[in-house]
Write a protein that binds this ligand. Structure first.
Ligand code: SAH
Ligand code: SF4
Length: 406
């Protein structure tokens, strides 16, 4: 018989009240306060009576467990390998059940990444967290390590949000201290493992929680970015949400013919429909958007591709563009592709800039060995608890182990 647990981050006050049945009303506020501070293990909620803590431990989704904490970029990037869900197979649900509230979701290890950007003369310091929304991804983009690993399960709202609160707690408590970087999270990017808009309701609820000043973290909508491969109904759902978050669309190809290969879901939602959905989001929110474009040598990075891309993004019906992020491809084991040489990357950016598009070549955080965001699977623990051989290798190369789990 599966244990029925509840995701407290997905509950409103009335639902939390039901879980706290028989307790005074202020307990709801106390429980929320702990969750906001990144304490999700009832045993640590010291102002609750012991009996209530024990009851909550049986009712709420299990707390996240930090399996490892590593740093890179001279201490400015921190990764947590977080285990979420139930550890005992008997008490866990899988697949669709994992998001429907029946049972505890099955254990999965995912990564949350903190990137510190110290303040400069021109701008304030930032602490940006990159979150995963799914364990794995079903969309199969051939250049993407997460896609190659396949889909494991959806993350619940609380499993997305906990990635942020776990890192914020470490910043607040000084376990992570980066000179010139605030002691709290300032930005969240949905750019980790998985496709946020293929888990759209959990993503929307996580955005609301992060934005909510009373119940959540009170982050400004502008400091939240959702990166999507371009699921048109999901973009429409974000438009309905009506918050001026930043939309980042992973384009990767300037024509349907090429995009059908590089982003297979393009066969379902072609470029015309995608640009229309982006434009509608822009008109509703007033935000300029970002396009991401991986540069793959000999595949999508020739001058002709840059010219086609410039023509596409300056079309009259195209959305207004804040930025084109050109991302030199990070190698992954499954395909023999790699980034073009530096001068070709600069030339590609030059063509876009000449057409009036702000374009820059972005170098991923996390060292040249392994991107901070976007290809997180390399370290994903498989359901069996085994690490892929490539994963073990990548994980070993992170230099310092600061923390290990139970
Ligand atoms: N599913 C969403 C968000 C996760 S991927 C999306 O595709 O947008 C986040 C970013 O990492 C995307 O822009 C993705 O294209 C990029 N990425 C994936 N594999 C990569 C690789 N091998 N090298 C560089 N960037 C990669
Ligand atoms: Fe999924 Fe994004 Fe990777 Fe494509 S690039 S497989 S959508 S995570």
């Amino acid at each position: 018989m599966a244990v029925m647990t509840v995701d407290p981050f997905a509950c409103d006050d009335a639902e939390l009240g039901e879980i706290l049945d028989g307790e005074p009303a202020y307990r709801v506020r106390q429980l929320r306060g702990w969750l906001q501070r990144g304490v999700d293990d009832p045993q640590e909620m010291t102002d609750l009576p012991a009996a209530l803590r024990a009851r909550l431990a049986g009712r709420l989704d299990p707390p996240g467990r930090v399996l490892a904490h590593r740093t890179a970029d001279g201490g400015q990037t921190h990764k947590l390998l977080l285990e979420l869900g139930a550890t005992d197979a008997a008490g866990s649900a899988t697949g669709a059940d994992a998001t429907q509230g029946a049972g505890s979701p099955a254990a999965e290890a995912i990564e949350a990444v903190l990137m510190g950007y110290p303040r400069t003369a021109e701008r304030a310091g930032r602490a940006t967290v990159c979150v995963s929304t799914q364990a794995g991804c079903a969309l199969g983009c051939p250049f993407c390590a997460t896609g190659q690993a396949g889909f494991r399960r959806q993350l619940r709202v609380g499993e997305i949000v906990r990635q942020v609160t776990a890192l914020q707690r470490r910043l607040r408590e000084g376990a992570i201290a980066i000179p010139g970087v605030p002691d709290h999270v300032t930005n969240v990017v949905f750019m980790g493992m998985g496709e946020p808009l293929a888990n759209v309701e959990a993503t929307v609820a996580a955005i609301r929680w992060l934005h909510d000043p009373e119940r959540g973290l009170g982050l400004s909508a502008r400091s939240i970015t959702v990166s999507t491969v371009g699921l048109v109904p999901g973009i429409a759902r974000l438009t309905e949400l009506g918050l001026p978050i930043t939309l980042a669309v992973s384009l990767h190809a300037p024509t349907d013919a090429l995009r059908d290969d590089l982003v297979p879901v393009n066969r379902q939602f072609g470029l015309d429909a995608l640009l229309r959905a982006c434009r509608a989001h822009q008109e509703a929110t007033g935000r300029r958007m970002t396009f991401e474009y991986i540069l793959i040598d000999g595949v999508n990075a020739q001058r002709a591709h840059a010219e086609q891309l410039a023509a596409l993004l300056t079309r009259r019906d195209a959305p207004r563009v804040a930025h084109v992020n050109l991302i030199p491809m990070n190698p992954t084991p499954a395909v023999p592709w790699h980034a073009p040489p530096l001068p070709d990357q600069q030339a590609f950016a030059g063509v876009l800039q000449a057409a009036g598009l702000p374009a820059t070549v972005r170098h991923n955080r996390g060292g040249d060995i392994d991107a901070a965001c976007g290809q997180l699977y390399a370290e994903q623990r498989l359901g069996s608890g085994r690490l892929l051989p490539a994963a073990q290798d990548a994980w070993q190369r992170w230099p310092i182990q600061l923390e290990t789990g139970p």
